[in-house]
Design a protein around this ligand. Structure first.
Ligand code: NAD
Ligand code: ZN
Ligand code: ZN
Length: 364
């Protein structure tokens, strides 16, 4: 089968033929129908996030079940599924606390690039090829842990709802689960890519009265305003915290960072009103340090991270599919490019140059 392989940090992906093993115990083989291109894939390509190479990236996937391994329950060939970032092992301390978004076994799929048993199903000749997030969906087929899949109804297009696999669950979940944004509050969103636009939509769904979108790209700000933002700020135009306070008076109740930089995380904290909450959704280089003014603590301002939208995938993904079906989550509008696997490197060019929101690879 064809897959896009990352051979080395800073190298473009190379589309080549790989061998894929049959699913082992607790695993499922799917045909990938579509896969969104997320900034986290790019962070692995640039070495900001690390995993063993060679590896197949791609983790925002929609697909159809082809085969199930021994012991798998609840999936059958033909089922439509969305891939999720957590393998939901069900037995680790975090899963038992109903926090599968921090499943301890996730390290195997993210950091080691393997299945849960520490081995890979992807090979090229005698070489092991690793799987990003246990999904590795920049490929025509994938073998994934059964816990990394959620079954969905067949009436929604996988080419669109694949976005729920990462960006939407991350962004909407950061609003509804992590921050638990209350109605009639004020929200700022820094960065309006696939994740930030999902935060904007989550804030609208939560009933926020003011939603301020911040992005240097005019087209992103305009798109954010069609998806629910009430105001937009170009960060190049001057002091963003001042501009936010001009709109809101005291500052915002909630500020979300969806870029992946420590300076913009600190900026989120700076634009809060007393008792406000800043939420770091973007993934900054892990060793970088966030510097905050100590005075904000006495104003009871808080800063929290958000991992995969604090999602419980079996609960949240069907909810987001339903919000899409009802027209409340506008996903088609977030997809600005549909491309073939061979064009995957162009999607990263598009992303870094700020052209368009989400690119989706659609398999023939
Ligand atoms: N926490 C999680 O579980 C999780 C999950 C998925 C993605 N992420 C992270 O979320 C971040 C966003 O991902 P994405 O796929 O939406 O990325 P993206 O590249 O599509 O979007 C980033 C946006 O930030 C904008 N931007 C750049 N500099 C800015 C600035 N100074 N002020 C305001 N906006 C600015 C860009 O124009 C772009 O629109 C990444 O760091 C990604 O790794 C986190
Ligand atoms: Zn992602
Ligand atoms: Zn677990």
């Amino acid at each position: 089968m064809k897959a896009a392989v990352l051979e080395a940090i800073d190298a473009p992906l190379r589309v080549e033929e790989l061998e894929l093993d049959e699913p082992k115990s607790g695993e499922v083989r799917i045909r990938i129908v579509a896969c969104g291109v997320c900034h986290s894939d790019y962070s692995y390509m640039k070495g900001i996030l690390r995993m063993p190479l060679p590896a197949v990236p791609g983790h925002e996937a929609g697909g159809v079940v082809e085969a199930v391994g021994p012991g798998v329950q609840g999936f059958a060939p033909g089922d439509h599924v969305i891939g999720v970032l957590t393998p939901n092992c069900g037995v680790c301390d975090m899963c038992r606390e109903n926090k599968p978004f921090l499943c301890i076994k996730m390290m195997a799929t993210m950091g080691n690039g393997t299945m849960l048993d520490g081995t890979t199903r992807l090979h090229r000749g005698g070489t092991h090829v690793h799987h990003l997030c246990g999904i590795a969906a920049f490929a025509e087929h994938a073998v994934v842990p059964a816990g990394s899949l959620v079954k969905i109804e067949k009436d929604v297009p996988l080419e669109t709802v694949c976005l729920i696999g990462c960006g939407v669950t991350t962004g909407v979940g950061a609003v509804l689960n992590t921050a638990q944004v209350k109605p009639d509050t004020t929200v700022a969103v820094l960065g309006c890519g696939g994740v930030g636009l999902s935060i904007v939509q989550g804030a609208r769904i939560a009933g926020a009265r003011t939603i301020i979108a911040v992005d240097p790209v005019a087209a992103k700000r305009e798109l954010a305003q069609t998806l629910g933002a009430t105001h937009a700020i170009d960060p190049a135009a001057g002091d963003v915290a001042k501009a936010v306070k001009k709109i809101t008076g005291l500052g915002v109740h909630y500020a979300f960072e969806a870029i992946g930089r420590v300076d913009t995380i600190a900026l989120c904290y700076a634009m809060l009103r007393p008792t406000g909450l800043a939420v770091a959704v973007g993934v900054a280089p892990p060793a970088d340090e966030v510097r905050l003014r100590a005075g904000g603590l006495l104003q009871q301002k808080a800063l929290i991270g958000s991992a995969y939208g604090s999602a419980v995938p079996s609960r949240d993904i069907p909810l987001y599919v339903d919000l899409y079906r009802r027209g409340e989550l506008k996903l088609d509008q977030m997809i600005t490019h549909r491309i073939a696997l061979d064009q995957v490197n162009d999607a990263f060019e598009t992303m870094v140059h700020g052209q368009g929101a989400r690119s989706v690879i659609v398999f023939g």
